[in-house]
Design a protein. Structure first.
Length: 289
């Protein structure tokens, strides 16, 4: 199983307009060294937007910087967010200029100009790639989140919210969207989103993740060998999305969960823990001077 830091959201605190302008000027001045990486700035006009925005790159490897959310009241300084996908940003097949050059242009500049500003991590997405068919993995929420399905993808919760979970056929997605063929016969991806509005100071992130996925979700390796009768039919209906858990009577729902509990499980917390120190070091790499 492969584990990826699939999104990282960093917030620099109390950034003044002059500091933001310095960041923009210094990054823009290095455009000559990144001929294939567009750098553009714009003003957000919606109340949902940031007042000043910088886009570096494009597609999956892009970096988004936003300063002063338009919903904030006037003051001397504002939070500035940096949002990107490290696993894609570090991929030289996606970066038209080398990853190292783009990294130096963006993150060396940010951390030099904002060296005195507090920085926190307030969100990340973790992705697990499993070499099994998606139908082999049957999930349910332990916290009551409703399961939704769309075009074969399983969702729990609201996008960009804490605890959001998404399960889909990664092999199919790579081919349909990018025309990329992979060697693996099957590849299923589980994506989990962690969000904390206050954020965690980077140097205070512990040697274990600040969240548990297994406390919120169960991932059963679907096996009907020991299940018979009506319960077997109910499990099939739940596993393929014909019926949602809430549609079953209470006792049937309890029987389904019990049957899934008795199957072998895919526990993702220990897998993430094994990779965590490497992920943590990578996070610190983006925020250190």
């Amino acid at each position: 199983m492969q584990v990826y830091l699939d999104r990282l959201m960093i917030k620099y605190k109390d950034v003044t307009e002059k500091q933001f302008s310095d960041v923009l000027t210094k990054i823009s001045s290095k455009q000559i060294f990144l001929p294939n990486t567009p750098i553009r700035s714009e003003h957000g006009t919606s109340v949902r937007d940031y007042h000043r925005v910088i886009h570096i790159g494009y597609g999956e490897g892009a970096v988004y910087i936003g300063w002063k959310h338009n919903s904030e009241k006037e003051k001397d300084s504002y939070d500035m967010k940096v949002d990107f996908n490290p696993s894609k940003f570090e991929n030289n097949e996606l970066q038209k200029d080398s990853y190292e050059k783009v990294f130096e242009t963006v993150f060396h500049t940010l951390n030099a100009v904002l060296k005195s500003n507090k920085r926190v991590v307030y969100g990340m997405d973790i992705a697990f790639d499993i070499e099994r068919h998606m139908s082999d993995i049957v999930s349910y929420s332990k916290t009551g989140k409703q399961q939704d399905r769309h075009k074969g993808t399983v969702y729990y919760g609201n996008r960009n919210k804490d605890g959001y979970l998404k399960i889909y056929d990664k092999k199919k997605e790579l081919y349909n969207h990018f025309k990329r063929m992979i060697e693996e016969e099957n590849l299923t991806r589980i994506e989990y989103s962690w969000r904390d509005s206050d954020g965690v100071v980077v140097d205070e992130i512990r040697k274990s993740p600040p969240f548990s996925i297994d406390e919120s979700y169960t991932f059963s390796i679907f096996n009907l060998n020991n299940v018979k009768g009506a319960l077997k039919a109910c499990l099939i209906c739940y596993s393929n999305g014909t019926m949602d858990m809430k549609e079953f009577p209470r006792r049937t729902k309890e029987s389904i969960k019990k049957a899934l509990e008795e199957m072998d499980h895919l526990a993702v917390d220990p897998i993430l823990q094994d990779c965590w120190l490497s992920i943590l070091e990578n996070i610190k790499n983006y925020t250190r001077l």
